[in-house]
Write a protein that binds this ligand. Sequence first.
Ligand code: PLP
Length: 355
Amino acid sequence: MKKHNFSAGPCILPQSVLQQSAEAVLNFNNSNLSLIEISHRSKDFVAVMENARNLALEHLGLQNKGYQALFLQGGASLQFLMAAYNLLEKKAAYLNTGTWSDKAIKEAKLLGEVVEVATSKSENFNFIPKNYTIPKDADYFHCTSNNTIFGTQMRTFPETEIPMVCDMSSDIFSRQLDFSKFSLIYAGAQKNMGPAGTTLVVIKEDILGKVSRAIPSMLSYKVHIDKESMFNTPAVFSVYVSMLTLEWLKEKGGITAIEKVNKQKAELLYSEIDRNPLFEGFVAEKEDRSKMNATFNLKNDELKATFDDYLKQAGINGLNGHRSVGGYRASMYNALPLESVQILVDVMQAIEKGA
Ligand SMILES: *Cc1c(COP(=O)(O)O)cnc(C)c1O
């Protein structure tokens, strides 16, 4: 039987998507060829790329609004650099809410001045800073919508006149936002969309062309836009699986429908963390808790071996916290069913009764 997969990333994908992907690897579109052995310039694959790009914009409500969707390589980590390369002329403003923001800042500093508008680093990133000021003369403001490692999530985004750039790797397509507030959104596929190997970049075209440096082709958004995300060989398999996941999401009713399920899952788990005397949450303020990654600890470490054993017996996978936080982390991405969260809650209650 398939395990209950709470892995933080790469992570769970819909079972039907895995099935279709497996079939396409053997025989793609009844061509008697594999998806991964045909030309990326073939009609069949060009249609996949087009469909994936369109679906991404459609889900985000950004069609015909001056945005382009790209499926690039190099992970969200390359976007830390690429965003700055294409947008940072003199100065950029960053909100530091965790390890990934910190890494984004490090890359941007290679290219210009970085103003850290606020940080929660001194508290091991257990909250989202609020009430900071974004300098009006910065080229852009960068934030991380969901902090995968620490389990915090931005509920609201600041109002600013400068372009807003957001790393949405671990919560894209999980909740409805006014995505038109963002000029650049990027997300590694392997958290909520597909296998590792491709990164979705959604960019408002009018923010480009404003920096004076020469941009190497592979790092240039403009080059990738002009080549319709096919400047070089794309990660065909990852793009195909991402397309299937976006189709799956559409059949489910889109972001609005999945957001309801995500909310139920998060409420179910957090209410157990709050109720059960054996556990405590990691995040300081309830309003900052992530609906995607719930971080929590066992108050009594001596119960760890028993709890881990219960988890294993229940078929629960991927619940260990990141090494910088410790404890446990339940990642509840779009494809994780509510039943899996219920099983986890049952295990938490079982150890309470046995203890
Ligand atoms: C996983 C993750 C990254 C890193 O993604 P890669 O694709 O491995 O480079 C960046 N930001 C966030 C928020 C993440 O969750």
